[in-house]
Ligand binder design. Structure first.
Ligand SMILES: *Cc1c(COP(=O)(O)O)cnc(C)c1O
Length: 238
């Protein structure tokens, strides 16, 4: 039984991935957006390297991970097989994990503290390009949630300009899981306003508005998302 499992799972995985791509095309078309402006990040946390390799072979290049230890094993294992993959760290950022992130990821989307940004910049190896960053915004103002407040965002964005090995690309948010559709829509629109403010200030290098997950990617794309982070709809329940 065990040996036949991957052969059964992988076609379903590719089908799921194609269905998510079709959803993105459909909602881009519904709201008159160019689908090329909407990137798909496959959130592979808790799923094995074989699943990532199968998607990579089908054409998926960007993968998101939340847990540093788990991610490092996968990144190192896949490096020789799929050297062109782009890895995004999207989990809570801890002080003792900054070096591993700086050395092994291409992006961090969960930046919310200048002190940790400084560490990442210092620890980013010179042989690698700058670490691409999104600031995480606590858009639903949940007390226990990661992310900066909208009020603190511009201060942090300005501080990041001074760090030579980091490059600010935009914003990321995870709205409240209990938001009503109307609250969700309002959160996405608010994040887009903050993104536009950042673009006015720093220009077109700010090009990434990371919002939308398996259950709400349509609403996020309608509100201007340029990157949706999809786990469950591709890989199944965790
Ligand atoms: C797990 C996770 C996702 C993926 O969520 P799904 O609902 O499984 O698509 C997206 N973004 C972040 C920050 C996550 O932690």
């Amino acid at each position: 039984m065990g040996n036949s499992q991957p052969a059964l799972i992988i076609p379903a995985l590719i089908e799921n991935w194609q269905a998510v791509r079709a959803r993105i095309l459909q909602c881009a078309s519904n709201c008159g957006r160019n689908p090329d402006e909407i990137h798909l990040l496959a959130v592979s946390k808790t799923f094995p390297p074989a699943a990532i390799a199968a998607l990579a072979q089908a054409g998926q290049t960007s993968f998101g991970e939340n847990y540093v230890q788990e991610a490092l094993q996968k990144i190192l294992e896949l490096k020789s097989i799929e050297p062109a993959l782009i890895w995004h760290f999207i989990g809570p950022l801890q002080r003792n994990k900054t070096r591993s992130i700086a050395e092994h990821f291409d992006w961090i989307q969960s930046l919310d503290r200048f002190e940790l940004a400084q560490r990442l910049s210092t620890q980013r190896p010179l042989a690698l390009p700058a670490l691409q960053c999104c600031i995480q915004v606590n858009i639903s103002a949940e007390p226990q949630k990661n992310g900066v407040s909208p009020q603190a965002l511009l201060v942090l964005a300005e501080q990041l300009q001074k760090l030579p090995r980091l490059r600010l690309r935009g914003l990321m948010a995870v709205p409240s899981a209990t938001a009503t559709p109307a609250e969700l829509q309002a959160s996405f629109e608010h994040l887009n306003q903050l993104f536009q403010t950042l673009r006015e200030r720093y220009g077109s290098s700010i090009d990434t508005l990371s919002m939308g997950m398996s259950a709400d990617l349509e609403a996020a794309v309608a509100a201007g998302s340029t990157l949706v982070r999809v786990g469950t709809a591709i890989f199944g329940a965790r």
